[in-house]
Each structure stands twice: as structure tokens, then as C-alpha cells.
Design a protein around this ligand. Structure first.
Ligand code: SF4
Length: 476
């Protein structure tokens, strides 16, 4: 297909819905883009794997996928001839209308007509997915193919794996035909707007704001945010981003612009901490969680959250503890990682029980996924022993230092606090799990040293942060 045949694709249209400046920069200044993070790349790989598995819902189809833009014309022609031949199942069917090119995950034909399916590696159907489906519906029907239905296939949150993955139970089609068919006028208007933006000589003057992270982190953040001052209200962590955005839009650009008393009670305390440079310390709350003396182990859990459950008894995206590293109060260290591919539940239960019977209590490096996994899979142990998520003390702002993101991982917290006895983790909690799972593809490999080292780093940071908190409350 000639390049001038289309100016928008599904992804560029959705990009423009988030921010028209992002659409402009993507097309005209792509060299300004941030490098994709390993976490984002892993998310794309996951989406691809889930999409491929969903093909099994409609087996025996013919794919029109294009590996490269030079193959788009061939994909369009192949789709056209397969549709003319009433092919019952087509994967990656290509359509072009109004200068927009889309690839549909699955197209089927039965006595009732043509049915479109778009697969999402997600438990819910977001507004963005609806807009995405509405664009596809508009383009497919505009290209001349009348659809009898359009469904978004999401992962079924109630599916619990037993034996081999059952694709019928794992996926759940949600019929959105009526909704998306009613959005044609809106989509047509947005396509006109996007084309106008693309034709501009300069990028549209859109200031940074909530759209930079919603619904996806934009890949021009490095470019657009580089001149935002350090004292910007946007960098006041601990206040929801929506609130910071509202304050900036109300004219309070820098923290010092905010008059006394503006904001809710918790916000006032945070702003005054910023202005004074003092920490906020809720000694009582810290003491409740961390203050009891006695032997303890500091643990970093290895968490995996596979979209397609790997083991019996688990749901899509349910966090699974696959390993752990620890350091005790006397400095002795240990680690335990289940071999990739093996259901870790019983082995982790055994190891957790052993660690707790030897140490009495556990402080873990945290993360909501670790807490969820403990409270569901190991609820019996959690009831019996004191197990505390140390990062929760920061998330709840029982200890708050201006500039420290309360949502940060334990290694980042230790680094921010400049604690001496810490090691810098090179893998985020997400990438620890992703790296471990990718090793699963090589059955003879043990989990990599990188994952083990990163877990030990987090366990050490956990202990250092605990020591810091105890010292802080004892000084007060
Ligand atoms: S960083 Fe924000 S303002 Fe800049 S292009 Fe992205 S969404 Fe738009």
C-alpha cells in the first residue's frame, strides 16, 4: 500500500486521544521519544502472547498479519479476498477507511453475518478500549463490511485454572456493538481533528498535565517535562496526581504559590513539610508496626503476575510468590527460589513457616502484590505470625520526607534516604518476576543470578529502612 494511503493507525489515533501533541511529536519528531522501559516492553510481549492464545477460541483461521509496513497493502488485499470468499475465521484482518488503517484481532463469519473481536490482556473494559473498538467499527463499516456484532474479549477475572488452560473459561467476550456503533460521528470528528494536528507546522501548545500519565505513561515525558521546575506542585509526591494537576490549573504552579490553608488536611501537612523541609513522622503508627523488639527476618519476595495463570488454583494476573531472599537481624542471609515452571505454593509455604518459626516475625520489602499474595495464598500463616509490609509505612505517609515518593520501591526509599547499608537494586519488582518467567523458556536454566542478587538487595534495603525507622522514633 502506498504510504499516502493512510495517515492514522489505531495506535496513533489512540495516542491523539490521550494528547494531540503526542500524536504530532510521534509523527514529526519521533527522535524526541523516550526509550521504552523494560516494563513496557514486557507488557507488549504479554499482550502479544494473550492475543495469540485467544485465536484458539476460533481455531483454523487465516492470518493477514503484516510483519512490516511494506506488507500493509498485501494484508489489505488478502483480507479483501478472504472476506469475498466468506472465510469463516480471519486473524489480523486489515481495513482502510478515511485515511485510517486498522488490524482487527479476529473476524468471524456465520449465518448471522460478520463478527469482530478485539482481544485485550486485561480484566476490565476501559473507556480507551471502547474508543479503540469504536474506531475499528467505524473503519471496518466505512470500508464496506457490515458487522453484525463487535465484542471486546477480556480475561475472565473469575477463571481459576485447573489443569491445562481452558481458553473458553479464560476469555470473556463483552458485546459492545451498540455502544461503538453509536460513536461514529464522534470518531469521524476526532479523525478530522487528528489530521489537522498532523498538518500543523509546529507542535500544538499543550502544557504538561494529567494526560501525560493517563491512560498510559506518554513516551515524550522526557522532552515535555524537562523545563518543569523542581519546585513545581507536580513534584509534590504523596498527593494524588489529579489533585496536583487541579492545583496547577488553578494557578498554583510552585509549592510556594500555595497560600496557607489551601487543600485538604493531609495536603496542608505535606505542603508545610515541603516549605519547612521537615519530615512528617507518625511515631505511634510506626511503633505499632515496627516498634516491638525481638528477632526478625527482612524478606524480599519474588512475585510473578502472569496474565494466563501458570498453576492450578490461580486466576489471571493473580500474584504468585515464586521465591524469596532474606537477611536476619544478626546479618545472616538466605534465599529460596522455586524452579521456573513448578507450582511454588507448597514449597513457599514450607519455607515461610520455617523462617517464621526461626525468627518470630517478618518485615517484607512490600508492594501491594506481595501483600495480596500473602493474604490470599498464605492466609493461615499471616493469621498465625506477625508479617508486616514495611513499604506500607511510607505509602500511608506515617513517615514522609519531602521529595520521597511514598509509592517507591524499598530500594528506592533506601537510596533516597541515603542509607549507608543498602545495595542498589537493578531490577524493579516487576522485572524480577518477568526475568524469572522468561528463564522458564529454558528448562535447564536455574533462575538467574541477576534475580537473586536483586532480591538480596531488596532484603538488605528492607533491613536498613527498618533500622532507620526505629532509630528515628527512638530519637523523638
Ligand atoms: S508528555 Fe504530556 S504534554 Fe507531552 S506529548 Fe506527552 S502527553 Fe502530551
Amino acid at each position: 500500500m502506498a504510504k499516502e494511503g493512510y495517515s492514522l493507525s489505531k495506535s496513533t489515533f489512540i495516542r491523539g486521544q490521550q494528547c494531540q501533541k503526542s500524536l504530532y511529536l510521534h509523527k514529526n519528531r519521533p527522535f524526541l521519544r523516550d526509550r521504552l522501559s523494560p516494563e513496557q516492553l514486557a507488557k507488549f510481549r504479554r499482550g502479544h502472547d494473550v492475543g495469540k492464545l485467544a485465536w484458539q477460541l476460533f481455531p483454523g483461521g487465516i492470518s493477514c498479519a503484516a510483519a512490516h509496513p511494506t506488507q500493509y497493502r498485501a494484508s489489505l488485499e488478502k483480507t479483501r479476498s478472504l472476506v469475498e470468499a466468506n472465510t469463516p475465521v480471519i486473524y489480523e484482518a486489515a481495513f482502510l477507511h478515511d485515511g485510517v488503517l486498522v488490524f482487527l484481532d479476529i473476524l468471524t463469519k456465520d449465518e448471522a453475518g460478520w463478527h469482530a473481536f478485539e482481544v485485550k490482556s486485561s480484566l476490565s473494559v476501559s473507556d480507551t478500549y471502547i474508543t479503540d473498538a469504536a474506531l475499528q467499527h467505524y473503519v471496518i463499516e466505512g470500508s464496506g463490511l457490515k458487522l453484525s456484532s463487535f465484542s471486546i474479549i477480556r480475561m475472565n477475572p473469575d477463571y481459576i485454572r485447573q489443569g491445562e488452560p481452558d481458553v473458553i473459561g479464560l476469555f470473556e467476550p463483552v458485546d459492545v456493538t451498540e455502544k461503538v456503533a453509536g460513536m461514529h460521528a464522534f470518531i469521524a470528528g476526532q479523525i478530522i481533528l487528528s489530521k489537522e494536528v498532523l498538518a500543523l507546522k509546529h507542535s500544538p501548545p499543550i502544557p504538561v498535565g494529567i494526560q501525560c500519565y493517563n491512560p498510559y505513561p506518554c513516551d515524550f515525558i522526557g522532552h515535555c517535562w524537562k523545563n518543569t521546575g523542581k519546585d513545581s506542585v507536580y513534584f509534590v509526591y504523596g498527593i494524588p496526581f489529579e489533585r496536583r494537576d487541579a492545583l496547577v490549573k488553578a494557578g498554583y504552579t510552585a509549592v510556594s504559590d500555595i497560600p496557607e490553608g489551601v487543600g485538604q488536611e493531609s495536603e496542608v501537612a505535606i505542603f508545610s513539610a515541603y516549605l519547612s523541609g521537615n519530615d512528617l513522622i507518625n511515631e505511634e503508627k510506626i511503633r505499632v508496626v515496627a516498634g516491638n523488639p525481638g528477632q526478625a527476618a527482612f524478606v524480599a519476595f519474588l512475585i510473578i503476575r502472569p496474565a494466563i495463570p501458570l498453576f492450578d488454583g490461580f486466576r489471571p494476573f493473580e500474584p504468585v510468590i515464586a521465591g524469596m531472599a532474606w537477611i536476619t537481624e544478626d546479618g545472616s542471609k538466605g534465599e529460596f527460589l522455586v524452579r521456573p515452571g513448578e507450582n511454588p505454593t507448597e514449597k513457599i509455604r514450607e519455607q515461610l513457616g520455617k523462617l517464621l518459626s526461626e525468627n518470630g516475625r517478618i518485615f517484607h520489602a512490600g508492594g501491594l502484590s506481595a501483600t495480596t499474595a500473602l493474604n490470599t495464598t498464605y492466609a493461615g500463616i499471616v493469621k498465625q505470625y506477625p508479617i508486616a509490609d514495611l513499604s506500607e509505612l511510607f505509602r500511608e505517609k506515617y513517615f514522609y520526607r519531602p521529595g520521597l515518593n511514598p509509592e517507591a520501591e524499598i530500594g528506592e526509599i533506601a537510596a533516597f534516604l541515603k542509607l549507608k547499608n543498602r545495595a542498589k537494586s537493578h531490577l524493579s519488582a516487576i522485572m524480577q518476576g518477568v526475568t524469572y518467567l522468561e528463564e522458564d523458556k529454558n528448562e535447564n536454566e536455574e533462575p538467574s543470578d541477576r534475580v537473586k542478587q536483586s532480591l538480596h538487595d531488596d532484603a538488605l534495603s528492607c533491613k536498613s529502612v527498618y533500622d532507620f525507622l526505629i532509630k528515628t522514633i527512638n530519637q523523638n
